[in-house]
Design a binder for this molecule. Sequence first.
Ligand SMILES: C[S@@+](CC[C@H](N)C(=O)[O-])C[C@H]1O[C@@H](n2cnc3c(N)ncnc32)[C@H](O)[C@@H]1O
Length: 345
Amino acid sequence: MTSRAHLGVIAFLSTEMDARALRAALDFGLIETLAAAPADMGQLSRRSRLAPRSLALLVDMLEANRVIVRDGDVLRLTPAFRDALRFRDLLEARIAFADLVWPDIHSLFNALLADAPQFMARSKTFDLFRYDRCFELSAENRAATQAWTRFTTCLTKYEADAALDEIDLDGVGDFVDLGGNTGEFSLALLRRRPDLLATVVDLPVVCAIGRDHVAAIAPAQAAAIAFHACDMRRDPLPAPADLVAFKSALHDWPDADARRLLARARDVVRPGGRLMIFERAPLHFRSGRPPYGLAPDLMFLHFLRHPALYLETLGELGFVDIDCRRIALEVDFHFIVARRPEASP
Ligand SMILES: C[S@@+](CC[C@H](N)C(=O)[O-])C[C@H]1O[C@@H](n2cnc3c(N)ncnc32)[C@H](O)[C@@H]1O
């Protein structure tokens, strides 16, 4: 099983004040200073240029959150925070994403619970995921789309391996990721199987961002990932492949649309090939309070499904060997894999 060490990040984002102190410590250079070597308050004050009482407040907050520990006059990062800091991009993305949705949770929590349409209409978060701005290539649409793909890209970078650990990739020659965003899931697959060919299906602006993303972070893999820009609800889809995925893509759609997408996906699976679905499960926080860092997950309260709809639809579509597992990450996910029979029409 791939390491899940990145899950430790969320322990430092329990409350908004924890996130504020960490963001400030990153911005004022305290974390970088302490990552290089232990330091005393004088050294931190010179580095951060913060007034003594401001620095003292910040240090107290970081100590209470077990980011740092005092040893006499000397301050150092705790071993647990050092581990979390290896995933600094995830830590920063979690803070930024939570900060973005927090005003909605703060002012509209009752509507979120009791009146989902009202919540959607008034929430600013859903303005962010504007798929209607992903069709026309323009600088404005690109900037608006990047405002959310930076989150999906970072989360998928860390979520992909948990799904890939569950699937046997022997004999897979090609892969299609429906709603595959900037190609991050395909990149994770190619790290395991560099000989594969992947196709990412997504809206035109997302595909344009994805092409640049892959070329920038993994130029050696760029030739192995094709981007197929289309509206997957109605446009022609790529040629059939051995493995086809929906990762965190089906929850966007009401039941009837999700069923239609699954029916379309069936034809993209080569007979004998497999379809996989990797989706957040309905939320629960039975083992502890929702941490601030998971505030974005609350926004999807009404969208996250029980897997029954997927399992039933896959059966109706003639898939066999349908397997469904639960994978525990920061929240639970469903991992479903099903085979299209060799002899299917
Ligand atoms: C919630 S995101 C998940 C992205 C990615 N699979 C991940 O897990 O990070 C849903 C994806 O579906 C894409 N999408 C939405 N509507 C689409 C459509 N009609 N056709 C193709 N892609 C679509 C979005 O652009 C987005 O990349």
